[in-house]
Design a protein around this ligand. Structure first.
Ligand code: EPU
Length: 421
């Protein structure tokens, strides 16, 4: 098990380049199932989740090869050579594996995917995915932990549907199912995340007919077949946010290269309100902070609201902000496990259901803490940047699922994070 030790080392200075978006590339890799041929993806992050999705695609019959300079080549065989079965060992490692369901049903008319289990931030059902795919003509049976889906006609058929919540991966799955379906699919209350827009751009380049992406109503007109293409993945806004908040906590001036203000407007406004300076540069965003930041209130919402993935970092920052802050988590009710770790570091945070009341303290004190998931691990690492003494993070391997090498990147900016494996 990896362990990291963080020691306070003053303000951060310098520049950091943001890798491609995890939550975009994983779906785009799955979308490569839809067309025979060679897909090339640029700006692919070197993270564990990409490796896991690569292993998943290999198990399905595709070939994956890393190219120099952060690119990835995926070779998709003819339909008859695909094995539409996603094994438990891989689905269990990464819940995002559920996004192979839509493309497998669209391409093979059949998919057997192991039922994803719980998560470190609570129950994450997949009923929206299954209900919508049923409306498109799939018959599902679930037995012994395996979802077995079969398209009852020769192809999926378009349907008009309203999602109960603008779920990100449900929208991804439905987009990938709809592009090869017969007729028109309308997804109302669709997710609007930049990563959904990126997936749709990839699908459109392959020949899909998609309208309204980036709004709450997406219309897809199914086509007979798609072609493999080359695509550049958008930058990871959650990784960018990590460096914004790291600077807010440690102080300093950091150029976050590749960060796109247009993808993170709510967060930029929130940080400005907290007294953090953010200015657009020719190739990203410069972030500047000094002294204690101001407390603020925030509530997570689907895009364009403040993303749930930012909250662990923001709460780590608010733990030492001036005044009292009130935080509401509206997406994942069980996402507050990192709060117990911040309490171990001396934070004054009261949890009430999906709300937090944070009374900022002058300084946290380094302690031995756990990383419960990718963002929770990053949050305690950031908290350690200005805490008194050493912060030792157990189960830190989670970080490698979503960050190329966060300790090394922070160290380049002047932090002191040591990896003990
Ligand atoms: N939901 C259901 N049923 C479903 C699907 C979702 O009830 O079938 C509920 C969820 O329980 C949750 C809400 O809908 O309360 C929204 O969940 P959503 O489906 O949007 O989340 P997700 O697609 O599973 C993605 C990201 C998460 C990110 C969320 C919210 C990927 C691989 N994951 O999850 O990212 O937190 O959207 O923006 O895209 C991360 O990167 O660390 C991460 C967890």
């Amino acid at each position: 098990m990896s362990q990291f030790v963080v020691s306070p080392n003053g303000p951060l200075h310098g520049s950091v380049a943001i890798s491609g978006a995890k939550n975009s590339v994983l779906k785009i890799m799955a979308a490569a199932i839809l067309a025979e041929g060679t897909t090339v993806l640029h700006n692919v992050p070197d993270i564990r989740d990409v490796e896991i999705m690569g292993e998943m695609l290999t198990a399905l019959g595709l070939s994956i090869r890393r190219l120099d300079g952060g690119s990835l080549e995926i070779v998709t065989p003819p339909t008859a050579q695909l094995t539409p079965e996603a094994p438990y060992e891989l689905v269990e490692k990464m819940r995002a594996s559920i996004v192979v369901l839509g493309p497998l049903l669209a391409r093979c008319g059949r998919a057997k995917v192991s039922m994803p289990g719980g998560d470190d931030f609570g129950s994450r059902p997949i009923d929206f995915h299954l209900n919508a795919l049923e409306e498109m003509g799939t018959s599902f049976s679930i037995a012994h932990g395996i979802i077995d889906g079969e398209v009852t006609a020769s192809r999926l058929r378009g349907a008009a549907m309203v999602l109960p919540f603008p779920s990100h991966t449900t929208t991804d799955n439905l987009l990938m199912a709809a592009v090869l379906a017969e007729g028109t699919t309308v997804i109302d209350n669709a997710a609007q995340e930049p990563e959904v827009v990126d997936l749709a751009a990839f699908l459109s380049a392959m020949g899909a007919k998609i309208d309204g992406v980036g709004t709450g109503r997406i219309t897809v007109t199914g086509v007979e077949s798609l072609g493999a293409v080359t695509h550049e993945v958008i930058p990871d806004r959650v990784v960018a946010a990590t460096f914004f908040v790291a600077t807010a906590i440690a102080g300093g001036t950091v150029d976050v290269i590749g960060a796109k203000a247009a993808h993170m407007e709510s967060l930029v406004r929130k940080l400005e309100h907290m007294g953090v300076g953010l200015v657009a540069t020719s190739n990203g965003i410069r972030v500047e902070a000094s002294g204690r930041i101001n407390g603020t209130d925030l509530a997570t919402l689907p895009y364009p609201g403040v993303a749930t993935d930012y909250t662990p970092f923001l709460v780590a920052a608010l733990a030492t902000a001036e005044g009292v802050s009130f935080v509401t988590e509206n997406l994942f009710s069980g996402r507050f496990r990192y709060v117990d770790e911040l309490l171990r570091m001396g934070a004054d945070i009261r949890t009430d259901g999906h709300h937090l009341v944070i009374r900022g303290v002058e300084q946290l004190s380094g302690a031995r803490v756990k990383s419960h998931d990718i963002r929770a691990g990053a949050a305690v690492m950031l908290a350690g940047l200005s805490a008194d003494g050493e912060t030792t993070i157990d189960d830190a391997g989670h970080l490698d699922r979503g960050y190329e090498n966060l300790p090394l990147q922070l160290n380049h900016l002047g932090a002191s994070v040591v990896r003990l494996s």
